[in-house]
Design a protein around this ligand. Sequence first.
Ligand SMILES: C[S@@+](CC[C@H](N)C(=O)[O-])C[C@H]1O[C@@H](n2cnc3c(N)ncnc32)[C@H](O)[C@@H]1O
Length: 359
Amino acid sequence: MQETLTINVRKTIRALARIELIGSLVKLRQRIAKIRVTMLSESGRKSLKHRTGSNGLVSVSRNYLLGELRQIEETRTIERARYYVRRLRRALSDVKTSPINDLNLHRWKEYRNIQTDSLWILQKRDSSGPHSAWYWGNFVPQIPHQLMLRYTKKGDWVLDPFAGSGTTLIECHRLGRNCLGVELQPSIARKTRNRLKDVFRKDDSGSLALEVGDSTKADFHSLLQRHGTRSVQLAILHPPYHDIIRFSRKRNDLSNAGSTESFTNMFGEVIDNVGKVLDEGRYLAVVIGDKYEEGEWIPLGFLLMAEVLKRGYKLKSIVVKNFEETLGKRNQKELWRYRALAGGFFVFKHEYILIFQKR
Ligand SMILES: C[S@@+](CC[C@H](N)C(=O)[O-])C[C@H]1O[C@@H](n2cnc3c(N)ncnc32)[C@H](O)[C@@H]1O
């Protein structure tokens, strides 16, 4: 969790505007130091609240704000100091967002929690609230969480055509996004709905829907219309990693595809289907890992990437994410190491998050 400072933003902006006019570097630094001390002192913050009520009070990342003030105090020229003051004033007063998310780019330094590197090392699964790892083959909640912060605005619709235990639905609820999840297995959909009934019940501001269906041919358009919308602004696809886990005995389950080729073809049908309801310019993410078959590495990630590219999407990123040891493998760590040494291969430690933009 980011530590925040509650400041009276209007008063701070006015003070910064006055400081920007100061001609002496020493005086300017002194005034900034005074602001910093006032913000930090507990009594200062109390009297601030007392004087202003909740009007004008805004929470700002503590590290960001103190970092900016310290930078001004350490500056050696008046021009540079004024520039930093102006930049801070703008960060607090102006909002600069893009059409695809709610991030205020004037305050980009505050978003330390948002991934921008192509290598994600996640130490621990987020198991807070209704998240639990009961479903073998679910993904860590941090994946849909990060994707939604980058690629959706509040109130946008997210489509998850392989919904499973509803990890995406939970994150949508937390972040104020609407979500349509589609899952092939009625029993899993029922269990997920049941486990998340509190989340669904509390969902009064937006819409959360989990439908049973085959995403290779489901009519997403009609399903969305049932919930009062026509299209989605982000699609998150976490298909089976072919037959690594057999999710059901159903013929139209991607995990039962008879060959790698038929697996990629079925996945292609899902992409065609999703493409019909995804808005232009918006994003589609595929979460997938590779597999071994008879001593040969099968690059499912690259094969699925090719399926999406064939359909004219723009590739925006290939993210590599570390892979937690599955319960089964944890007990057999040494055995896998031996097998790797003997068989000339490497033990899987990563999966991909492929990010595309619809043109
Ligand atoms: C890797 S899991 C997704 C897990 C999910 N991200 C979660 O966190 O619980 C893949 C899911 O896709 C479902 N599935 C397989 N084929 C499908 C199809 N044709 N249509 C819809 N769902 C399908 C499986 O039943 C399984 O629940």
